[in-house]
Design a protein. Structure first.
Length: 456
């Protein structure tokens, strides 16, 4: 039976050591897994103003505990930085063994996550019943101001495969989760991950109408010009929260736990623009020591030297675990202290419109012609594949990121789920910075649907 010195090195040994079976990835479920608990609190005030105006305002809250979470139970223990650093192409950073070197990845689905939701919801409905052109018109306006906070929004994230060429697709089965459910720090999966939920939409408003147009009284004219209905709904909401990731280049997996998309950068200056970044100038991402070209050890998105204290996000070099202080000049930063889901994606504004024509054939039989237009304004709203922002691991995003492209396309760019969230993402053809760019996002389009409906 073949044995290895440890599961990650795959170096064979004649002595004791793990086997092939020991070194397979293990996805487990906690033996104490339970159904999540949810408590809902509501209070509302309703008021009818006259005969045709109805107003409602209320509070809706929710506290959920024992929510599902996915934990990394056997992370790598970081990077060992070699000093002196060997000449290229040798690496300066060597991965430390896993917590249990005789096993490979071990993930567990448990019940440790929790969430809270608080909202103010208001609506106003107006119905026109008096004779006249507006007879039969109903208008409803609604608004929700809410905030949802959780420690984990989902246990699976949409995947993207990173391969070198089409010839090796079958061999290179590993995937990278674009929006990973794994905590940045495997030893602190709750308090450090508490932040905006991926399902949080801070503001949402809607205006809808349904109008049964008045028809003529003549039976012949009514058959031709009566039975028309117009409907529409205009909605607007703030975007989806998402997290910046420290790197998808030289500084990838800065904390060395073996997960590529869960490392967040440090905070420099909260008052600086969100697009302001400080990148590690060292091409190997192991040192932020000053040099003649980069006196602070950092550069901006254009390649010029920058004081990291003036940037909003500061890239963390390899070898620093979350919460570790590090200095650049007179400034001290905390590795990975950017909160989870601190960035907000583009808002959504959508208008749907419908036209209906009813032909009353008999007392209980109606033939209805329907024309429905979705996204009438044809606005480039962010689109989401497979129905929602999260997709199961078995439903990997239909995209491939090729590692031989320089720079390799990031998961966010390949899937189009969120704006570019890697600090060091740039356009290979122009060299321009792409952080927070929406160029590669999936977007919606106008859709027209015609149908015939028989009601009996």
């Amino acid at each position: 039976m073949t044995r290895f010195t440890d599961c990650d090195s795959q170096i064979q040994t004649s002595g004791p050591g793990p086997t092939y079976a020991d070194c397979t990835n293990q996805d487990a479920i906690s033996p104490n897994l339970r159904q999540p608990l949810s408590q809902i609190f509501t209070m509302s005030l309703q008021r009818q103003l006259g005969h045709t105006l109805f107003f409602e305002v209320g509070y809706v809250g929710n506290v959920s505990t024992q929510l599902y979470e996915r934990l990394n139970n056997n992370p790598r223990l970081g990077w060992r930085i070699l000093n002196p650093c060997p000449a290229p192409p040798a690496s300066c950073a060597v991965a430390k063994p896993r917590r249990n070197p005789d096993r490979r990845e071990i993930t567990t689905v448990g019940n440790g996550a929790r969430s809270t939701y608080h909202s103010l919801q208001a609506s106003l409905t107006k119905r026109y019943t008096r004779p006249g052109i507006f007879n039969g018109l109903a208008l409803t306006a609604s608004y929700t101001w809410s905030h949802m906070i959780d420690t984990a929004s989902e246990i699976f994230g949409p995947d993207v495969r990173r391969v070198r060429s089409f010839r090796t697709i079958r061999q290179e089965t590993g995937t990278v989760e674009v929006i990973t459910p794994f905590a940045q720090d495997a030893n602190n999966p709750h308090a450090a991950e508490r932040g905006n939920s991926s399902f949080d939409r801070r503001h949402r408003g809607a205006l809808s109408f349904l109008w049964s147009l008045p028809g003529p009284s003549s039976p012949v004219a009514k058959a031709l010009f009566g039975g028309w209905e117009l409907g529409g709904i205009l909605t607007g909401q703030t975007g989806q929260p998402f997290s910046p990731i420290n790197s998808y280049g030289a500084c990838i997996d800065a904390n060395g736990d073996g997960i590529l998309s869960n490392d967040r950068p440090s905070i420099g200056n909260l008052r600086a623009p969100l697009s302001s970044i400080a990148l590690v100038a060292d091409p190997r991402c192991v040192s932020i020591a000053p040099t003649a070209q980069f006196p602070t050890g950092y550069k901006d998105g254009s390649g010029n030297s920058i004081d990291p204290a003036t940037a909003h996000f500061v890239q963390v070099p390899l070898g620093l675990t979350p919460g570790t202080p590090f200095t650049s000049g007179a400034n001290t930063f905390i590795a990975g202290n950017t909160g989870r889901n601190v960035l907000i994606g583009p808002r959504i504004i959508n208008l749907d419109f419908s036209v209906l024509k009813n032909f009353h054939l008999q007392e209980r039989q109606t033939l209805q012609l329907r024309l429905e237009v979705y996204d009438l304004l044809n606005k480039a709203n962010p689109g989401i594949p497979i129905g929602n922002v999260f997709s199961a691991g078995a439903q990997a995003a239909p995209a491939l990121a090729f590692g031989n492209v320089s720079p390799a396309p990031t998961p966010a760019r390949v899937t189009g789920l969120i704006p570019e969230n890697a600090l060091d993402a740039f356009d290979a053809s122009t060299g321009t910075q792409l952080f927070l760019s929406q160029r590669f996002m999936n977007t919606s389009s106008r859709r027209i649907q015609a149908a015939v409906k028989f009601i009996f």
